[in-house]
Write a protein that binds this ligand. Structure first.
Ligand code: TXA
Ligand code: MG
Length: 337
């Protein structure tokens, strides 16, 4: 149990930026928006701050974290980039892509932040509030999604406050996050780059930039069920299968809705039985996957709050951002453990 602390909430702006930077430099915890989801930041070079971050999230174990920096130049000082990593960084940074690369010699990121690995996950976010805070802080900032461990990732400041008030120092409110699912994680460790987590940059776009194939996630440790994106296994130990669990049970690829269920719809046509649903929210009436990703976590939270014990989820295409959406839904539907 961590002691309760007072959590300030500031609207994004110059005062919030300098307050956030000072708190981070002093070893405190600040939640801020990125283009994907809200992150909970701590000074990556300060092991005590990183330990506080794990405690605030209630993480069951020390998973490696992503170090966030304001630009590619800062990233290049922390890790060793091969040709593929350089290509991906110049094509997608700033943006929703995390690169796992070998740690550079003398890299100041604490071993606690990387869980003792000799590799480092690096990201340059594409959000003016995040970039301003990172630049003002002047140190790499680790930032997992700003939710309690096992909860749905936050896409608004209100989600963060609901999960973490009393446990962190500051929330910087910069409105809803535009992408809505976390960054795509790619390991560039020599040889073929490997996708570790589908996310805001579709795999098709990675392969187009590289002019070659990206390897799929490592073999699953447990079978996630037919057609589901598997858990990434030991190489990305943070990817616990039930990472995004709402309270309600999720019924995926539902062809019809049963009375009393909530419905998470997609596209212009609602499935049979929708009129008897307890609550209906549509990820995208026009069937747009980017809009669906941006709405995913907020809609899951809202349907969970409807009190339905089952959320029926309409079928969603798997291409482009659909792969990240399918991954997060599979995790939300996974048995709790
Ligand atoms: O969009 C995002 O990436 C968000 C925002 C806040 O930037 N952050 C985020 O962080 O999703 P988190 O901690 O929820 O997820 C980090 C993932 C975990 O699955 C972890 O296992 C993996 O990155 N990871 C970190 N370092 C790694 C490494 N050296 N090798 C392999 N996987 C690593
Ligand atoms: Mg997370």
């Amino acid at each position: 149990m961590t002691a309760m602390i007072f959590t300030r909430v500031l609207a994004a702006g110059p005062e919030a930026t300098s307050t956030a930077a000072r708190i981070l430099q002093d070893g405190g915890l600040v939640a801020f928006p990125t283009e994907t989801v809200y992150g909970l930041g701590a000074d990556a070079t300060n092991a005590a701050a990183v330990a506080r971050l794990y405690a605030a999230k209630g993480r069951p174990r020390f998973n490696p974290l992503i170090a966030h920096v304001p630009d590619a130049a800062a990233a290049c000082g922390l890790g060793r980039f091969d040709g593929a990593a350089r290509t991906l960084a110049s094509a997608f940074w700033p943006g929703p892509l995390t690169l796992v690369v070998p740690k550079a010699e003398g890299c100041p990121v604490s071993d606690l932040a990387t869980a003792g690995l000799d590799t480092l996950a690096l990201r340059v976010p594409d959000h003016p509030v995040a970039v301003a805070i990172l630049a003002a802080c002047g140190r790499p900032v680790v930032a997992p999604s700003a939710n309690r461990s096992g909860h749905v990732s936050p896409t608004t400041a209100a989600h963060v406050v609901g999960d973490l008030a009393g446990r962190i120092d500051l929330v910087v409110d910069g409105g809803a996050t535009p992408v809505g699912v976390e960054s795509t994680i790619v390991a560039c460790l020599g040889g073929t780059p490997r996708l570790l987590r589908p996310g805001g940059v579709p795999k098709e776009a990675l392969e187009a930039a590289l002019g070659g194939l990206v390897a799929d996630p490592p073999a699953p440790t447990t079978d996630p069920g037919p057609g589901l994106v598997p858990d990434a296994g030991p190489i990305a130990p943070g990817m616990l299968s039930s990472h995004y669990a709402p309270r309600a049970f999720l019924r995926l690829r539902a062809a019809a809705v049963s009375p009393g269920e909530a419905l998470l719809a997609f596209g212009p046509t609602l499935p049979p039985g929708a009129e008897g649903a307890l609550a209906v929210l549509n990820l995208s009436e026009r069937g747009d996957l980017a809009e669906a990703a941006a709405r995913l976590f907020a809609h899951l939270r809202a349907l969970d709050a409807s009190g339905a014990s089952v959320i029926a989820v309409a079928p969603i295409p798997r291409h482009g951002l659909g792969a990240a959406i399918a991954d997060r839904l599979a995790r939300a539907a996974a048995p709790r453990g």
